[in-house]
Design a protein around this ligand. Structure first.
Ligand code: SF4
Ligand code: SF4
Length: 372
């Protein structure tokens, strides 16, 4: 058997849904996009541009391997839906306690090394998967597998051996007239087919924070994006949820994920607003590619989400948050109270204003009072 066949069979036996091979040529379309829209992609620094040429990852690069995994195999608990992106279902690409998906990647890399291959990783995943022919694009910028949809994770590796290459699929396989994803994007981040501005994206703003490993996002959530963030505290699935190409999967009767059902209760917004270290550790350990590295940003996002949920029942807990030692939490709780509105929130805001000393929070309270 050839090396290509060996790799494909081993990868499929590990549970990957698709495996494809392509040359180690650079990705000129991505390079051009990153250069042309450098104002939108300033947060990736130079690493993505650098990795768009596989020889920068592995000087002896000859072939790229794309491995795609359908992570949407279980139903998603109601408590998490609309709050955390379904990418959560691919938890554990990081370390313990749930390293199953990471183990798949590690086993494959070990297999390649045992075949005498040098291996590099960190290549742009969606362009790699398209060029290996295992996915095609949607206008929402996601990679799709026909019959599975876009809830897939991709690993792209580069090796120093020639393989038998697959046929690329650069197509956008969407119905020509469909613009549901663009029309539904709550902040206008997805502004035309295959063009998204991360700085306006709910997902990006939910987890790109100062000190995060996905850009140095803003500490204070931009006012103009807060309503659009809805109840999302980590990620956003809107442009995938509305997509006709994902409906079969979204409507399918999938078995429950027993573990997620077990921890689903942790995802109540009130609990996240007052998240404990233990609760944070459980979320942090399990969120795939967790970009937030300080629990105050989950709290910040939960305050905004409670405001957008709009229930008067959240007023007491937000009012309590107005006494939090962290001004970031007080500021976003004030906005949430203003968003909920009503006499009770107005009184709570006025009372907070009388004792507040932070200029930042005073500004937030005044904005909130103008809203309520
Ligand atoms: S993830 Fe959400 S905010 Fe970002 S482009 Fe999609 S719909 Fe828009
Ligand atoms: S919503 Fe429509 S246009 Fe957008 S990715 Fe899905 S099929 Fe394509």
């Amino acid at each position: 058997m050839s090396l290509s066949t060996d790799i494909k069979e081993y990868a499929l036996s590990l549970g990957y849904d698709r495996v494809g091979f392509t040359t180690a040529d650079s990705f000129p379309v991505l390079q051009r996009e990153l250069n042309d829209r450098s104002d939108m992609y300033d947060w990736v620094g130079s690493w993505l541009l650098r990795n768009a040429d596989p020889t920068n990852v592995l000087p002896e690069a000859r072939s790229v391997i794309a491995l795609v995994y359908d992570y949407f195999r279980h139903s998603y608990p109601e408590e998490m839906t609309g709050k955390v992106g379904r990418y959560y279902l691919s938890w554990g690409t990081g370390g313990p306690p749930h390293p199953i998906h990471r183990a798949r990647n590690v086993l494959l890399i070990e297999f390649l090394q045992n075949q005498g291959c040098r291996v590099g990783w960190g290549l742009p995943s969606r362009p790699s998967a398209a060029r290996t022919g295992v996915t095609n694009y949607g206008k929402n910028c996601f990679a799709f597998i026909e019959g599975i949809g876009s809830f897939v994770s991709i690993v792209a590796l580069v090796i120093d051996k020639e393989l038998e290459y697959d046929t690329p699929t650069y197509d956008v396989n969407c119905p020509e007239e469909c613009t549901l994803c663009i029309d539904s994007c709550p902040t206008g981040a997805l502004y035309e087919p295959l063009r998204m501005n991360p700085h306006l994206c709910v997902a990006f703003n939910s987890y790109s924070t100062p000190g995060s490993n996905i850009g140095q996002g803003q500490e204070v959530l931009p006012l103009e994006l807060r309503e659009g963030m809805g109840t999302w505290i980590f990620g956003c699935d809107v442009c995938q949820q509305v997509c006709p190409r994902n409906q079969a999967k979204l409507k399918a009767e999938l078995p429950p994920n027993v573990f997620l059902e077990h921890i689903a209760d942790d995802f109540q917004l009130e609990k996240i607003l007052n998240i404990t270290d233990e609760h944070y550790r459980r979320m942090y350990d399990l969120l795939a590619m967790n970009y937030i590295n300080d629990k105050r940003y989950f709290r910040r996002n939960a305050a905004v989400a409670l405001g957008n949920q709009g229930s008067q029942e959240a007023v007491p807990i937000l009012n309590e948050a107005m006494q939090d030692p962290d001004e970031l939490i007080r500021g976003h709780a004030a906005w949430a109270l203003g968003r909920i509105g009503g006499n009770r929130t107005k009184k709570a805001l006025e009372s907070s204003l009388s004792r507040e000393t932070s200029e930042y929070v005073i500004g937030e309270i005044k904005t909130a009072l103008a809203m309520s």
